[in-house]
Design a protein around this ligand. Structure first.
Ligand code: TYM
Length: 332
């Protein structure tokens, strides 16, 4: 059976970008594949969270994963730092990862542009750690959003390079996965193009957002002054609003506002009101479930323990084999 793996950094609550870019596919896949889903807490250290925040964020994201529909009976759900074997693979892969290729990575360039005061080695080698996450369980399908495409390409490079250097056919190439469709990029509300936790205030709608918060954010979404020529092409910010609508509203609703736009009769205020109500409808079952799970520490602890055991079993096997391939033997 093919293995599927994906992960999310615990640096804030889950937003609709995380859900539609990665989680939604994963939830569908957990019934049919050997699935691993993890909380990438080692990755989150690049931004230096304090210990209390780290702990709270891991707990919160675990709750939100479960609320969104990950089923620990069907998939292996674990916390990355509970499986320290990944660090050993990270080290091995780093030995054959070149500075030039790491520096060219788009997410690295973006991060150093945004935070020039914190260009650390963890940030530079972020793609090797991600490759280690994937190769540790020999995952072949990785449901992720469009922003992760380049990291998957680098993972394939590292896997092939390892095979070539050691003359083995050990690692298999993983592919980014979205059921044969293009990978998704969910836009944000403030015109930044991508919904994300570091894309500015009011940009993201979170699964834990209360209705009033959603209304407030959506009503502030960036628009333009409206179309003046029938059937004119939509500018980027308006396309974004329509794309957001297409994930939470019915096709009829989207079509209605599209027609209004094409006739130059659109009222963005009405469109935003509708979008806010449809987002509230979408998010509210998650919000309720999040509240229930918050109160159930015993269950959460059980989930984490079982996940760590299952993930370590697969991780230990890989590390043992990789050590042998590299030439570490148990006796001299
Ligand atoms: P992270 O935490 O930034 O995001 C988690 C997942 O959500 C997707 N995503 C989006 N998809 C569509 N539109 C958006 N606006 C949007 N924002 C986020 C991301 O593509 C991602 O799938 N490096 C990863 C975490 C990670 C990982 C891994 C993923 C670490 N190791 C191994 C897969 C396999 C990250 O930072 O995701």
């Amino acid at each position: 059976m093919e293995t599927v793996l994906s992960g999310i950094r615990p640096t804030g609550n889950l937003h609709l970008g995380n859900y539609f870019g990665a989680l939604k596919n994963f939830i569908k896949m957990q019934n049919e594949y050997n699935c691993y889903f993890f909380i990438a807490d080692y990755h989150s250290l690049t931004t230096h969270p304090n210990p209390e925040n780290l702990q709270n964020n891991v707990r919160q994201i675990l709750i939100e994963y479960l609320a969104a529909g990950l089923d620990p009976e069907k998939c292996t759900l674990y916390i990355q730092s509970d499986v320290p074997e990944v660090i050993e693979l990270y080290l091995f892969l780093n030995m054959n990862a070149y500075i030039g290729e790491l520096e060219r990575c788009a997410s690295f360039k973006d991060k150093i542009r945004k935070n020039p005061q914190n260009i650390n080695a963890g940030l530079l080698t972020y793609p090797t750690l991600m490759a280690a996450d994937i190769l540790l369980h020999k995952a072949t399908k990785v449901p992720v959003g469009k922003d992760q495409e380049q990291h998957l390409e680098m993972t394939r490079t590292f896997a092939n390079r390892f095979n070539r250097i050691y003359g083995v056919d050990y690692f298999v190439e993983p592919q980014a996965f979205n059921f044969g469709e293009n990978l998704v990029k969910i836009p944000g509300l403030n015109g930044s193009g991508k919904m994300g936790k570091s894309e500015g205030e009011g940009n993201a709608i979170y699964l834990a957002d209360k209705p009033d918060m959603i209304r407030k954010k959506v009503m502030k979404a960036v628009t333009d002054s409206g179309p003046t020529i029938e059937n004119q092409e939509k500018p980027e910010v308006i396309k974004n609003l329509f794309q957001l609508m297409s994930v939470v509203s019915t096709p009829d609703t989207v079509q209605y506002f599209d027609e209004q736009y094409n006739k130059c009769a659109i009222r963005y205020g009405d469109m935003k009101k509708q979008l806010a109500e449809d987002m509230i409808k979408f998010v509210s079952p998650f919000t309720e479930r999040i509240e229930e799970l918050k109160a159930d520490n015993e269950y959460l602890e059980k989930v984490v323990k079982i996940g760590a055991e299952k993930a370590r079993e697969s991780a230990r096997k890989t590390i043992k084999e990789v050590r042998e391939i590299i030439g570490f033997k148990s006796s001299l």
